[in-house]
Each structure stands twice: as C-alpha cells, then as structure tokens.
Design a protein around this ligand. Structure first.
Ligand code: BJW
Ligand code: ZN
Length: 241
C-alpha cells in the first residue's frame, strides 16, 4: 500500500475518531494577522510578553500594562477568523465528543462559532475587578486608562491568566477530562513552552491518544507526535476535514 501523507493520515484518524480534542496557540491566529508571542513581531516598545503579563507588572505600573492591552485590543479588533478557525467549527459539528482548548485570548474561535471550548488563558474582551472580582465583557477600544468597576469603583484588570497565576479550576477540569478521553489530539500553532498547556500533549499520549501537530517549526513536543504536519494552519487545517 502506498504510504499516506501526514495530512491524509491525520484526516483518516479524525474521520474514525469518536472523540477529538484540539489545542491551539498563537500560530492559528497568526494567519489572521495577530502577532505570535515568541516571534520577532511579538514585541511592544521593547517589552517581552513575559515582562508585562504578570501580576507584579500590573501592581507596579497598571497604566503601562493597560497601554499594552489597549494596543493589542486595537489590533485584534480589526482581525477576523481564518479558514483554520472555521475548519475547527466544522469539526465540532460532526456529532461526536469534541473539545477545543485554546491558549489564545483573542476571541477568534468564538467569533468563528466554536462553542465547545475552554479559553484557558482568558479573553482580552473581558475585564475583572481587582476589588470585588466581578467579571464583565468590555469591547471599548481604547479602554479609558485606568478603567474602574461600575459596582465598587475598584481598578479593573484584563480577565487574562498571567504568569504565576493559576488557571481556572473549571477550565483545568474540562481540559484534563478532554485530554484523558480523546482518541485523537490535534495541536495547532503553539510553541509548547508555557505550562500547563505544554504538558497537555504528553497527557493525551499517555492516555493512549493518537497525537498530531500542525506547526511551521518543530516544538519541544515534536518527538512524541505520531504525525507532524509542517505548514501554515490556515492552509493545512481545512485539508484535515
Ligand atoms: C504557526 C504559524 C502558522 C506561527 N501556522 N503555526 C512548569 C515548569 C516551568 C514553569 C512552569 C511550570 N508550571 C508553571 C510554570 C510557570 C509558567 C510557565 O509556563 N513558564 C514557562 C515560560 C517556563 N506558567 C504559568 O505561570 C501558568 N500558571 C500556572 O501554571 O499556575 C500554577 C503555577 C504557577 C507558577 C509556578 C508553578 C505553577 C500561567 C501561564 C499563563 C500564560 N499566559 C500567556 C500571556 C497572556 C497575556 C496575554 O495574552 O495578554 O499566554 S503567556 C503567552 O504564551 C500567552 C500564550 O497563550 C502562551 C502560549 O504561547 P503560544 O500560543 O504557544 O504562542 P508562541 O508565540 O509561543 O508560539 C507560536 C507557535 O506558532 C510557534 O511554534 C510557531 O512556529 C507557530 N506558528 N505561525 C502554524 N501560520
Ligand atoms: Zn468591583
């Protein structure tokens, strides 16, 4: 029998699978024009995400951190889901167990129509009060700096998981349930260096899943993949349907 291409192999696995879990990272939104974190264009005024996305940075200089988010909100507001986001909506509609875990905060999966998903690092269009904890949607661009809570006047912060902060318990439970029960796990456009998401592929593999990645470059998890597809998410993911 002729050997299958990586895309044909993953497509065949997806067709047969009764449960599918997908993990996405910044690479899937790169094709919509949203900068990745660790690429050359991931910098803002010479700051790295690691310098700004921490509770310590916000406590020290909330104005600076909000300026960074305003810049990103402005950029993301003009972006639209691409064919890879839309293909994942189609995958979800196939009437089997499906769960999408995204590290992206840009909201493009929801904009495309995905519903069965955990946004494990939060969402750039939500804010949270640092005093009373209320979470609300906020699509103002730019948001007035410094924004305050309509309930208690406390300082608002982005509803995003920063370095050193725990992910929401519910997101972790949904993610691990999906990882431990899936037949196929598909990982799209993540560098695989930020935990706990970096450990999700090993968890699924350990539980017996067929694990495949779509990425322009190799990642620290590439060695454990059953199949690696090298290419752009927007061009390759639609071919898996
Ligand atoms: C394409 C493409 C195209 C391009 N097509 N592909 C265990 C060991 C060591 C450290 C830790 C650990 N456990 C926890 C930590 C600490 C920390 C951590 O992981 N640090 C590492 C950096 C070492 N993790 C945490 O603090 C997490 N909290 C936690 O675990 O709590 C408990 C705890 C705390 C402390 C100690 C121990 C336990 C929280 C992590 C929250 C991360 N949040 C961020 C920032 C949000 C800010 C914001 O967006 O506003 O989320 S970090 C940033 O990285 C963002 C992303 O979601 C995340 C992942 O990045 P991603 O998506 O992979 O993007 P890139 O840019 O890195 O990669 C893009 C990829 O796409 C590349 O591979 C390209 O090749 C590819 N690509 N174009 C296909 N067209
Ligand atoms: Zn409040």
């Amino acid at each position: 029998m002729p050997e299958r291409t990586p895309i044909a192999e993953v497509k065949a696995r997806l067709e047969r699978a009764k449960s599918v879990t997908v993990l996405t990272g910044a690479g899937i939104s790169a094709d919509s024009g949203v900068a990745t974190f660790r690429g050359a264009d991931g910098l803002w005024r010479n700051f790295r995400a690691e310098d700004l996305a921490t509770p310590e940075a916000f406590a020290r200089d909330p104005r600076l951190v909000w300026e960074w988010y305003n810049w990103r909100r402005e950029l993301i507001a003009t972006k639209r889901p691409n064919p890879a986001h839309h293909a994942l909506v189609e995958m979800e509609k196939r009437g089997r167990r499906f769960w999408l875990i995204t590290q992206n905060v840009d909201g493009l999966h929801r904009a495309a129509g995905s519903e069965q998903l955990s946004e494990i690092h939060g969402n750039i269009w939500r804010v949270r009060c640092t005093r009373c904890g209320q979470i609300s949607e906020n699509r103002q661009v730019p948001i007035p700096i410094l924004p305050s809570c309509s309930v208690c006047q406390g300082l608002l912060r982005p509803h995003i998981v920063w370095f050193g902060e725990s992910l929401a318990q519910r997101d972790l439970e949904q993610s691990y349930a999906a990882l431990e029960s899936c037949e196929v796990m598909l990982i799209i456009g993540t560098s695989g260096v930020v935990y706990p998401a970096a450990s999700f592929a090993p968890v699924a593999k350990q539980a017996g899943a067929f694990v495949a990645e779509v990425n322009l470059d190799p990642t620290p998890n590439s060695d454990l993949m059953d199949v690696s597809i090298r290419g752009r998410a927007s061009e390759t993911v639609p071919l898996l349907l």
